[in-house]
Unconditional design. Sequence first.
Length: 169
Amino acid sequence: MSVTTITVTTQYLTFKLGEEIFALDVAKVREILDFTTVTKVPQTPNYMRGVINLRGSVVPVLDLRLKFGMSATEKTVNTCVIVVDTVLDGEPMVLGVLADSVQEVIDLEPEQIEPAPRIGNRINIDFIQGMGKHNEMFMMILDIDRVFTAEVLAPLQEIVEELTGAAHG
């Protein structure tokens, strides 16, 4: 969804990675959890921190800081897991993404959102829906369905299915 398709006031959950503020459409957010023990899964990308058990479901936890080229998320009193609904090849998938801290839920009017800046041809910014401005602060609005590509999520889906099958078998 590009900025041109945002025509109504939308609520966003804002969160921090380092000093940067990011936002997700609240319709994609299932819940926010304290950062608890994450079970590491061998032979996964470094930004795949592991899996958690969410009321009997296996949920992969991904570190957005690592995905965005930052240092790994450190566990602090404010670190949390934002559980989101995303889509992989038309199939719903639940993911957990680490955030340094969750800020607030805000309303953004369409005129408060600008297109994502073009940063040359080498940097893929397809996962940025736009730049939001709220109380003189800019934030990157993420399209969570595009942050992690099918090439990344497909192996995670297989891992989840294997772990779920092992738990039920």
